[in-house]
Design a protein around this ligand. Structure first.
Ligand SMILES: C[S@@+](CC[C@H](N)C(=O)[O-])C[C@H]1O[C@@H](n2cnc3c(N)ncnc32)[C@H](O)[C@@H]1O
Length: 233
């Protein structure tokens, strides 16, 4: 392998190589569907539902990053969106497509790292991310924001849920530099409200709040250990 750094991509790839290779990790993570993982239940995020209840989203095309077993993609299709749902884990996508087939829904599942995606620019009404961004290393953040910006139509929405710092499901409070000293995201990065505002400052802020805690019996998913943010391009 040629280990020279000639351009920005070479630098990003070198930094990726210091950290965990994600595909194998996530395939293994989804190999046992009976694990008591809260987001394994087929229930959409309460914040996503609340945006619909408040009439904040126009239907159209949605792009979901790290769709996992498909619970939010399913909800979006059921609410009138046409959905491109991306994940790098074939195990998660197999589960998601089983679920969508059982419900007779048409979702375009794409097996890819989001950083290798070829998107149609300015074409999406919504980019949705529930729990993927906090697994993205800091050196990929600028590329992530460029991708969201490129995907969205002007006026389109970007919604994200992610770990708070030190939350009950994870959310490490290490600095961005410390990630590379430890060569590890410590199970996923945690964020403060200020940090999220700073990272996504190029978007118009519609709402930044904690997710609401939702009882297990409810048909929505929610935990106050996560931030829920809605922005507009
Ligand atoms: C915590 S899980 C959340 C899954 C799903 N969004 C949910 O809430 O049910 C994070 C997901 O992001 C995916 N993921 C992580 N990094 C990714 C990347 N760079 N590109 C595509 N998918 C990624 C993982 O495979 C995993 O399915």
């Amino acid at each position: 392998m040629n280990e020279a750094i000639y351009n920005y991509d070479d630098l990003l790839n070198m930094l990726d190589s210091l950290l965990r290779e994600p595909t194998e990790f996530w395939d293994d993570f989804y190999s046992d569907r009976t694990k008591p993982i809260p987001f394994f239940a087929n229930k959409p995020d309460e914040n996503l539902d609340s945006y619909f209840q408040k009439g904040l989203l126009n239907s159209g095309k949605a792009l979901e990053f790290g769709c996992g077993p498909g619970r939010n993609a399913i909800y979006l299709v059921q609410n009138g969106f046409s959905v491109d749902a991306v994940d790098l884990s074939k195990e998660s996508l197999a589960w998601a497509s089983e679920r969508s087939k059982e419900l007779n829904l048409d979702i375009n599942f794409i097996k890819s790292n989001i950083f290798n995606l070829e998107i149609e620019e300015n074409s999406y009404e919504l980019v949705y991310d529930s729990g993927c961004f906090h697994h993205i290393a800091p050196h990929r953040r600028m590329q992530y924001i460029e991708l969201v910006m490129a995907a969205l139509k002007p006026g389109g929405h970007f919604a994200i849920t992610c770990f708070e710092e030190g939350g009950k499901y994870g959310g490490s409070d290490i600095s961005d530099w410390e990630v590379y000293r430890r060569r590890n995201l410590q199970g996923g990065l945690g964020f403060t409200e200020e940090k999220l505002r700073q990272i996504f400052k190029d978007f118009e802020e519609i709402e930044i709040r904690k997710m609401n805690d939702v009882e297990d019996e409810n048909n929505l998913f929610g935990t106050s250990a996560f931030w829920a943010c809605l922005f507009r391009k």
